[in-house]
Each structure stands twice: as C-alpha cells, then as structure tokens.
Design a binder for this molecule. Structure first.
Ligand SMILES: Nc1ncnc2c1ncn2[C@@H]1O[C@H](COP(=O)(O)OP(=O)(O)OP(=O)(O)O)[C@@H](O)[C@H]1O
Ligand SMILES: [Mg+2]
Length: 250
C-alpha cells in the first residue's frame, strides 16, 4: 500500500528526514516512536503532502503510484488521512457541516454524486455512536473552544467518516483521558480491516495496549534506526531511548 524508499526531506533548507525506508501493507498497524524532534510529525506531513516540506531524495509510492507530485488534497482523495497534532479552528462551521463537505469533495474527486442527505445522516449517526460522540457536539463550531480530548475525538470521527485506506494518527493519545483513549482506540480497531492500514505515532506504550501494532519503528535523527514487534514498545517504555542512541552512535 505504502512504500517509502530512501526518503530525504527538508524544511527551509534544513534536512530533517535523512533516508527513511518504510513499507506498510494492507491490514497492518505500524507504530512510530522516537524522541522529540526526531522527525515523526515531519514524516507524516511529507506523506500527506504538506507544502512546506521539500522532498530532496527518494520516493513515496502509494498503491503503486508515485505521489510526489500530488497536492495534499489529491492524496486525501486517494485515501490518505492525517490527524493533526495541533488541529485548526474553523469558527462558524459545524463539525457536521465540515464532514459533509469533506465527504462530498472526496466523492466528487472520485467522479461520484453527492451523498444523499438521508445516507449522510445515517452515516453520521452510525459513526458518532461508534465513537460515543454526543449529538450536541456535532453542531458545535469545528475545534472552537474544544478541549484537547474533544479535538482528538473529533479527528477520529473525521477518520471514521472518511474511511481512509491509510490513516496516520499523530499523537492521538496526547491529551486524552483514559476513557477517551479507550473509546478512540476501540474506534480505530473497529474501523480496521484487511484492506486498510494505520500508522500510529505515539510517545507512550499505553496507547499500544489498545491499538496493538504489528510493527514498531524508532525514528531518531531523521532515520528509522530500529524496527521490531510490539515488544519493542515495551522495551522503550522501560529503558528510554538512550540505549538506541548509543547503538546508533557506536
Ligand atoms: N515547518 C517547520 N519549520 C521549521 N522547522 C521545522 C518545521 N517542521 C519541523 N521542523 C523541525 O524538524 C525537526 C523534527 O520535527 P518533528 O515535528 O517532525 O519532530 P517529532 O518527532 O514529531 O517531535 P515530537 O515528538 O516533539 O512531536 C525539529 O527540529 C523541528 O523543529
Ligand atoms: Mg510530532
């Protein structure tokens, strides 16, 4: 599904990603961990196609297509979803209306008609129940005055509605209380199937108790320096990153 080869990327001429290799197959859950500033959010932004990042070397192949020249919007329409570490506020646009627009834009890009209002309502009801989202919440302005946890839950709601092929969740756990974390993780698990894939970026092993990864990667200094199974996350929780830094610098 996703194949990243020797990816180098920079921002304002500062090299941040320095040779990333990563393959994600349908049905898989990958976790990316690593110290602050190692390039995790940059990697997700580059995959999603945010403009401020320049790919200087390497390639990103999504479903057998090189997506380098596609705008962020086109990548989203092809099924790449990125949750934001710091979501934006859009005053005056409700959660529901934002979703309706997003869904219909995707459908338009795929040559489909707008979703009939009845189906849209049904979908909204179904997905908000799945994520235990309150009705009142759906009519609020997008992200305006949302608590950290509400923002995160809203992101997962967006994901649930859009049903992406590849979802990249950047620090979905930050700011969630333990109940919200469980709801969000359960939502992700329920949406998971053999045809889609999830990349979870997290600092804490705790989230991975709920969303169990097939692979865990450690990003350090713009490179994936270690990969393993879910036990690697436990090892990191226990030992921190110093031993990995030592291994790399040896
Ligand atoms: N738009 C930008 N402009 C300038 N520097 C940037 C930009 N985006 C990222 N960087 C720099 O790139 C490096 C990697 O940042 P990134 O946000 O990818 O790290 P991260 O691994 O997600 O860290 P954290 O765990 O703190 O979220 C940092 O030194 C950061 O300051
Ligand atoms: Mg980050």
């Amino acid at each position: 599904m996703l194949k990243i080869e020797n990816l180098h990327a920079s921002v304002e001429d500062k090299a941040i990603l320095r040779g990333i290799n990563l393959e994600v197959k349908p049905g898989e859950v990958h976790a990316i961990m690593g110290p602050n500033g190692s390039g995790k959010s940059t990697l997700s932004s580059v995959i999603a196609g945010k403009e401020e990042y320049d790919v200087t070397e390497g390639s990103i192949i999504f479903n057998d297509e090189d997506i380098e020249d596609l705008a962020a919007e086109e990548r989203a329409h092809k099924g790449i979803f990125l949750s934001f570490q710091y979501p934006v506020e859009i005053p005056g646009v409700s959660v529901t209306n934002f979703m309706k627009t997003a869904i219909n834009e995707t459908r338009k890009a795929q040559g489909l008609e707008e979703m009939p209002a009845k189906d849209m309502l049904k979908l909204i009801r179904e997905k908000s129940e799945l994520l235990e989202i309150d009705r009142k919440f759906l009519s609020r302005s997008l992200n305006e005055g949302f608590s950290g946890g509400e923002k995160k839950r809203n992101e997962i709601f967006q994901m649930a509605m859009l049903e992406p092929k590849l979802a990249i969740l950047d620090e979905t756990d930050s700011g969630l209380d333990i109940d919200a974390l469980r709801i969000v993780a359960n939502g992700v698990n329920k949406l998971k199937n053999k045809d889609n894939a999830v990349v979870v970026i997290t600092h804490y092993q705790r989230l991975l108790d709920y969303i169990v990864p097939d692979f865990v990667h450690v990003l350090y200094n713009g490179r994936i320096v270690k990969s393993g199974g879910k036990e690697l996350a436990h090892e990191l929780e226990e030992k921190g990153y110093d031993w990995i830094k030592e291994e790399v610098n040896a």
